[in-house]
Design a protein around this ligand. Structure first.
Ligand code: ARG
Length: 570
């Protein structure tokens, strides 16, 4: 609930207590109306409580509104339909409150105790990040920003895939086919190459697989040479990932990869055995689920004693619940891991671990224009994607604004190009597959990040203009708003805290994206309908400039919650 909603609620509660002495109530459901006709907020209190009070809803609503005291917020109150109460908010109240936006955002009344662990991005070592990692990275980052903004303590964890059978193969490849020069220049590319080389060669020469198993075993037993190589592969991979994260303005608090939990895995196996949750099946250890769960059995230890992805995730949860004061854990991966997490969560239920966990999955990204689909290997490297987007943005910026100097153009292109890629992802419903189209994402029209960044820059230009004309904003003056377009805009500004909370509870950054888009559209409608600096009345100019300033604050803050930067001119 936002502060405004809380205030509305408290006035309603006062009246309810006075009118209906026989009921006990400490919460009232208030919803923003979806149509201006029904006011700004609505409550269904009368309908929901009709039985308890023992009267028909319209009567209840009538009695109640007679007892609502005059106050600074309510303009008028009406009864609609079967007993809805429609509340209209006073514009002068909102106008005065508008001045406070930016000092503090009104999120109260949230239980933000404990730690929120967000597990996202998580590429596998020795593989370059590709387009598939984009979604987990940007959705995870946005969820992190939103939760932090709401006041939660967030731990952003990059659950790197740094343990597994690939290392045996990589070590064999490294020892036999490494191109040293290439490895120096482009280590991950070279590691990928020797990995592919291994797969090809082992098809003809089966003994290679045995060699790889031996190397893996050495690694697992702590052999020094194997360990050092493994560490080096991790180091060079992380260096490249970090370059990309930095470029995308993404930061993690921890990089605890799968290997970090290695010593906990035997403990998990013990516990699962002891509690009779895992059973031996053909030499392996397996968890079987009740039929009604509709889940495949989950292997937690192979015949040869090796642990699996499932074991490592169980160990990870054990670590997190022992080392953090968990509020919740949020995993962000693509849709193909749904069964995996359902199994893991079900096993934690069987263990009676009650921590709140969410698997936030997303649909896979596809290309419609085929630009990259012909590329060998069919994988689009994340860095190439970013380069391409920035290059395209550079061309557009240069065309639109030839007078900018080269540095400015480059800087704007980077912000617009990276923002466009992120927004193309974040603005879509998380669970739908994404069709990625260059022309659409870099358009300056419609629901794209350049359009939003441009709206922001436009407001900044108005502010510069005001400044050049020596018009100073005066916060002590009473604000006056008369035009419909500006009143609509102010009311919409007030939705911001509610939308941020909704985006958090549903883990859907796209709700926030939709909101910023709608806000920018409403701003542009206002901008076209009402003169700002050219108005006759100084108080109106002052009021409108304050409105502009606050709208720009929210666009910037909103984009920031999506991990997208802004520029003051473009
Ligand atoms: N490394 C995995 C992959 O690339 C994702 C890990 C997700 N996190 C987790 N705790 N399982 O598919």
């Amino acid at each position: 609930m936002t502060l405004l909603e809380k205030k509305i609620e408290s006035y309603l509660l006062d009246a309810i207590k006075e009118t209906f002495k026989n009921i006990e109530i400490d919460e009232v459901n208030i919803q923003p109306s979806n149509n201006e006709k029904f006011g700004d907020y609505q409550t269904n209190f009368a309908m929901v409580n009709s039985k308890k009070i023992g009267d028909n809803p319209r009567k209840i609503a009538e009695k109640l509104i007679n007892n609502i005291k005059k106050n600074e917020i309510f303009e008028k109150i009406e009864i609609a339909g079967p007993g809805f109460i429609n509340i209209f908010i006073r514009i002068d109240y909102l106008a005065e409150e508008l001045k406070k936006i930016g000092e503090k955002i009104e999120f109260q009344f949230l239980d933000t105790a404990g730690d929120v662990v967000i597990d996202y991005s998580s590429p596998n070592i020795a593989k370059r990040m590709h387009i598939g990692h984009l979604r987990s990275t940007v959705i995870g980052d946005s969820i992190k920003r939103i939760y932090k903004f709401l006041g939660y303590n967030v731990i952003a964890d990059n659950h790197i895939g740094d343990w597994g059978t690939q290392f045996g193969k990589l070590i064999v490849g490294y020892k036999n086919w490494l191109n040293k020069e290439n490895y120096k220049k482009n280590p991950i590319e070279e590691l990928e190459r020797i990995y592919v080389e291994f797969s090809k060669k082992s098809e003809e020469n089966e003994s290679l697989e045995d060699l790889a198993r031996e190397e893996l075993k050495k690694l697992q037993q702590g052999d020094k040479e194997a360990r050092n190589l493994w560490k080096e592969f991790i180091k060079v991979s992380l260096e490249e990932y970090e370059r990309i994260y930095k470029r995308m303005n993404i930061e993690f608090d921890t990089y605890y990869g799968e290997s970090f939990y290695h010593d906990i895995m035997p403990l998990i196996i013990e516990e699962l055995k002891e509690k009779n949750i895992a059973k031996e099946d053909e030499g392996a250890l397996v968890v079987f689920f009740d039929e009604n769960k509709n889940l495949h059995p989950c292997i937690v230890q192979k015949k040869d004693g090796a642990y699996l992805y499932s074991t490592s995730d169980l160990a990870t949860i054990k670590y997190r619940r022992e080392n953090y004061n968990l509020n919740k854990i949020i995993y962000v991966t693509d849709e193909r891991q749904q069964d995996h997490f359902r199994q893991i969560f079900e096993i934690t239920n069987m263990l009676d671990w009650k921590d709140e966990k969410h698997h936030i999955w997303f649909g896979i990204m596809r290309f419609a224009d085929g630009i990259f689909s012909t590329r060998k290997g069919n994988v689009i490297k994340l860095n190439d994607l970013l380069d391409e987007s920035v290059e395209r943005a550079y061309k557009i910026v240069s065309e639109k604004n030839p007078s900018l100097n080269e540095d400015e153009k480059r800087n704007i292109a980077e912000v617009v190009g990276i923002g466009a890629v992120k927004y193309a992802d974040l603005s879509q419903n998380r669970t739908s597959p994404i069709i990625f189209e260059w022309d659409k994402i870099l358009s300056f029209e419609g629901n794209t990040s350049p359009y939003l960044q441009y709206s922001y820059a436009r407001i900044k230009s108005i502010m510069r203009n005001a400044n050049e004309n020596n018009i100073k904003i005066d916060y002590n003056k009473k604000l006056i708003f008369t035009e419909n377009s500006e009143i609509n805009l102010i009311k919409f500004v007030y939705q911001f805290p509610r939308i941020v909370m909704l985006a958090a509870t549903t883990f859907k950054p796209n709700l926030l994206a939709d909101y910023i888009f709608e806000l920018s559209k409403k701003f542009n409608t206002f901008y076209n309908a009402a003169p700002i600096l050219k108005s006759e009345n100084k108080d109106i100019i002052n009021s409108r400039l304050i409105l502009c300033d606050k709208v720009s604050f929210i666009i910037k803050e909103g984009l920031n919650l999506l991990g997208i930067s802004t520029v003051d001119r473009m």
